[in-house]
Design a protein around this ligand. Structure first.
Ligand SMILES: Nc1ncnc2c1ncn2[C@@H]1O[C@H](COP(=O)(O)OP(=O)(O)O)[C@@H](O)[C@H]1O
Ligand SMILES: O=C(O)C1=C[C@@H](OP(=O)(O)O)[C@@H](O)[C@H](O)C1
Ligand SMILES: [Mg+2]
Length: 420
């Protein structure tokens, strides 16, 4: 069976990997320009198709028959070419969103839900929320929308920039692309403006933790990303392609595989504690790319981190370090070795955490290799450790010991990674 994904630009799609975990059909990426889309949908070399931005409405309009979910949502993300050549359209994003909600354990029946965005994703979300009995307010960006689905399901439209009427909403759902790669770090709203918020959903999965979800983390609001929805919509599409029932077990396994594959493994810790050494060993062991913040200094400035620090001073050094982390933190699936002092700037925390699992590599201060570390000219390793240890603890998810030889350090890290 010839399946695949239709869209405009697809190089960063996870769908080929996902579908390889869900079924045994071919799955290709079809990047098609707008003027060729109709022809491709009618007679392209495919039997089953997923459709993504910006072609979900075009696909909807060309279908000969539609599933109830597709009709309700007003757009199509899964197509099947029937033996007689006719096109059947489904919307498995709706199932994906229902799955995400169910997994979260958050009940929306009878509650006010703020949906940010009024595009295709928002329409799908609103159709599901409406079915579940939520009271929906939808935030638009520039002009109030007027699609049938939204008019039928949404109680009130408001400009996202002025959500004044809805600041008591307990549930917020981001269905805009704000904060999605490569525009990491942006947030559609400031969650501090919603003092009664209990749960936040962001349909984005790249980065795994958007700025909105990181805000939620800080404010101790429950947050849920779009990865379960991505996996569940793919599983439901696989079911449309093959006729086999949706396997919840396969969805869970796909989520786990994808999360592990996407998460960066990030080493923080004192200078000379072995971050560079162990990041290299770990990357080689896992077949991942290894990134090193200090090496990136050399690449960008022609100076080593130490030389830059001496020549330009610590403030300029920290600024450049944050710039580097802003770029490296957006990457996924890598092992990243940081500079020992990156924890001294609070904003670096979100840059590392957006896609990263952060491990604090611990080595006894007396064992640290400290030749050529300019910051230690006026202090001792132990004093620097005392000054920074709470920062490392705050930045990290877990700690790993590197007090024995590097092979033992590597084994420690792998044990931690395999645990969850
Ligand atoms: N477990 C270990 N046992 C012995 N030497 C180590 C160990 N881990 C790192 N080293 C050595 O310590 C020095 C500093 O390590 P490095 O990886 O550059 O640290 P960092 O990147 O944290 O500053 C290197 O010479 C490295 O070979
Ligand atoms: O602790 C620090 O402030 C520093 C640590 C160094 O990296 P390592 O931790 O790799 O030694 C390097 O970024 C710079 O000299 C500053
Ligand atoms: Mg290093």
């Amino acid at each position: 069976m010839r399946c695949g994904l239709l869209g405009r630009t697809l190089s960063h799609s996870h769908s080929p990997l996902l579908h390889s975990l869900l079924g045994s059909y071919d799955y290709a990426l079809f990047e098609i320009p707008p003027e060729q889309v109709e022809d491709f949908l009618r007679s392209g070399p495919w039997d089953g198709l997923n459709v993504t931005i910006p072609y979900k409405r075009t696909a909807y309009a060309l279908c000969d028959s539609l599933s109830p979910a597709a009709r309700e949502a007003g757009n199509v993300n899964t197509l099947l070419r029937r033996p007689d050549g006719s096109l059947y359209g489904d919307n498995t994003d709706a199932f994906g969103f229902s799955y995400l909600l169910e997994k979260s354990g958050i009940s929306v029946a009878g509650r006010e839900v703020l949906v940010l965005g009024t595009g295709g994703a928002a329409q799908t979300v609103c159709s599901v929320l409406h079915r579940l009995g939520a009271h929906i307010a939808a935030g638009y960006h520039t002009v109030p929308p007027c699609t049938k689905t939204l008019r039928r399901t949404v109680t009130d439209f408001f400009p996202i920039s002025a959500p004044n009427r809805h600041q008591n909403a307990p549930i917020v759902i981001n269905a805009t692309p704000v904060g999605m790669y490569p525009h990491n770090g942006r947030s559609p709203v400031n969650l501090a403006d919603f003092p009664h918020c209990e749960a936040v959903f962001d349909l984005i999965y790249n980065p795994l933790r958007t700025a909105l979800l990181l805000q939620a983390e800080t404010l101790e609001i429950q947050g849920f990303n779009g990865l379960p929805m991505l996996c569940a919509q793919a599983a439901a599409a696989a079911s449309v392609f093959t006729g086999a029932p949706v396997s919840y077990e396969k969805i869970r396994r796909a989520e786990d595989t994808l999360r592990r594959k996407l998460e960066n493994i990030i080493l923080i810790g004192m200078p000379g504690s072995g971050k560079t050494t162990l990041a290299r060993l770990l990357a080689r062991d896992l077949g991942r790319e290894c990134l090193d913040c200090d090496e990136e200094f050399l690449r960008r400035t022609g100076l080593t981190a130490e030389e830059f620090l001496i020549k330009q001073g610590e403030t300029a050094f920290r600024e450049m370090e944050t710039e580097i982390l802003r770029d490296l933190g957006k990457r996924w699936g890598t092992v990243l070795s940081t500079g020992g002092g990156c924890v001294t700037r609070p904003e670096n925390r979100a840059l590392l955490r957006q896609n990263g699992r952060v491990l604090w590599l611990q080595r006894d201060p007396d064992k640290l290799a400290l030749s050529g570390r300019p910051l230690l000219r006026n202090t001792t390793p132990r004093a620097l450790y005392e000054a920074r240890k709470n920062l490392y603890a705050d930045f990290c998810d877990e700690a790993a010991s590197n007090n024995a030889d590097p092979a033992r350090g590597l084994a420690q890290i792998k044990e931690i990674l395999e645990k969850s």
